[in-house]
Write a protein that binds this ligand. Structure first.
Ligand code: CTP
Length: 402
């Protein structure tokens, strides 16, 4: 197999935890595989691992302070230099700072200005790992498009036994290798992704919407970008953000979403319609706030344009169109019918009845439906589902074009 790490520029971020000793071995594995690695550490990490060892192994100066003597470390260019920022170990404290954008050292300045994808391997004690604050910070970091690796279970620095150990260097190395081996599969391809809800206004202050957070669509846009595609994300209202490499077009309504997709569709190779588009919108949008006058209020709704059906009808033979289906009964039959009716190449079927799936969940258990196959995928994080879907799309695209 071709070495996926040869010539890749990796910024290895080391934060202050006991597990930092493992980053020496990780650095060695990365360098041996041909990667060009620069190390940036937090001041606390210096207490756990010597910059001299890291500088010797990486053959590069190790960066800790924003300014040393009269030299200023250019944190912006470091983040732009790297193909990947890998943070291992990522402590509870640094993860919290990353989630909230607290910039109090060089490491954080580099992290916050990095435009490259970010992968982190957390390490902490089990109670800290399970604390709701840490859970929420991890959700936030995943929402930024960062790949958060799992932790291992075993002996912890506290003397306790449980979850929170840093993954072994070989396992982190494998994750980096798999990141790079898929990273250029879609180079030269263009993709459009829809995500999030649509808000259909009733009057200047009210709308009809739904609980979609946009996470699934944003993870797909990020995974496509990491696979080398040039991605446009047309996103309904969400507080989540895609990677800087993704061109995001924010919209509110289904009509605006269709217009934005129509603008780019002819140029794209891949269209993934993951938005939870409102099927109907109010026929009339009141100019002024609707006053409560009567005991009942009727609102006439009219059908919204179907964006997935538009892509299915307009697609040329080299284009691949992926839709989603959220069904509560006769799931498979309805999803297969949707595939045919909307002329999609692939439907990702979600079931809100499954625990850990659907709106607001960080995980998803989906079934992949094509004209001649039905494949159930096990429950996984939305990030993993997105990566797997992008690989499948890349396989299918290769078959379409050769
Ligand atoms: N979709 C779309 N535009 C719409 C409605 C849906 O692009 N106006 C897309 C969604 O992004 C998703 C797929 O169609 O990829 C499935 O949407 P869903 O609402 O489940 O299907 P509908 O066609 O609306 O059918 P029904 O409501 O009858 O289940």
């Amino acid at each position: 197999m071709e070495n996926a790490l040869q010539g890749k520029r990796i910024l290895l971020g080391i934060t202050g935890g006991i597990a930092a000793y493992k980053s020496i071995l990780l650095l060695r594995l990365l360098v041996q595989a041909g990667a060009d690695v620069k190390v940036v550490m937090t001041p606390a990490a210096r207490q756990f691992v010597s910059p001299l060892v890291l500088a010797t192994l990486s053959k590069q100066p190790v960066l800790v302070e924003l300014a040393e003597g009269d030299t200023w470390a250019n944190h912006v260019m470091l983040g732009r230099w790297a193909h990947l920022m890998l943070i291992a170990p990522a402590t509870c404290n640094t993860m919290a700072k990353m989630a909230h954008g607290i910039c109090d050292n060089l490491f954080m300045a580099v992290q916050l200005s990095a435009t490259c994808p970010v992968m982190l391997a957390p390490a902490m004690d089990e109670d800290m790992w399970k604390h709701p604050a840490t859970r929420r910070n991890i959700q936030t970091l995943a929402g930024y498009g960062y790949q958060v690796l799992p932790v291992a279970t075993g002996a912890l620095a506290s003397g306790l036994h449980g979850e929170g150990r840093l993954l072994e260097p070989a396992a982190i190395f494998d994750a980096v290798q798999s990141f790079f081996s898929h990273s250029q599969r879609l180079k030269g391809k263009k993709a459009v992704v829809t995500a999030g809800p649509t808000y259909e206004p009733l009057d200047p202050v009210r709308f009809i919407g739904n609980h979609s957070t946009g996470l699934m669509g944003i993870e797909i846009a990020n995974a496509l970008a990491m696979a080398g595609a040039d991605v446009t994300l047309v996103s309904g209202p969400t507080h989540l953000q895609a990677l800087p490499a993704v061109k995001t077009i924010p919209v509110q309504t289904a009509t605006q979403m269709l217009a934005a997709v129509q603008e780019v569709f002819a140029e794209t190779d891949i269209a993934v319609m993951a938005a939870a588009v409102a099927d109907y919108r109010p026929a009339v949008v009141a100019d002024q706030k609707i006053k409560k006058a009567n005991d009942e209020l009727s609102i006439t709704l009219v059908k919204n344009p179907d964006i997935l059906a538009y892509c299915g009808a307009a697609k040329a033979s080299h284009q691949l169109v992926v839709g989603f289906a959220l069904e509560t009964n006769n799931e498979l039959l309805h999803a297969q019918e949707k595939l045919r009716r909307k002329n999609a190449d692939l439907i990702v079927l979600n079931s809100p009845n499954k625990v850990g799936s659907g709106f607001g969940s960080a995980t998803n258990e989906v079934t992949i439906i094509t004209a001649d196959s039905v494949t159930e995928w096990p429950m996984a994080s939305k990030h993993e589902v997105a990566c797997k879907l992008v690989n499948l799309v890349a396989d299918k695209l290769e078959r379409l074009q050769f």
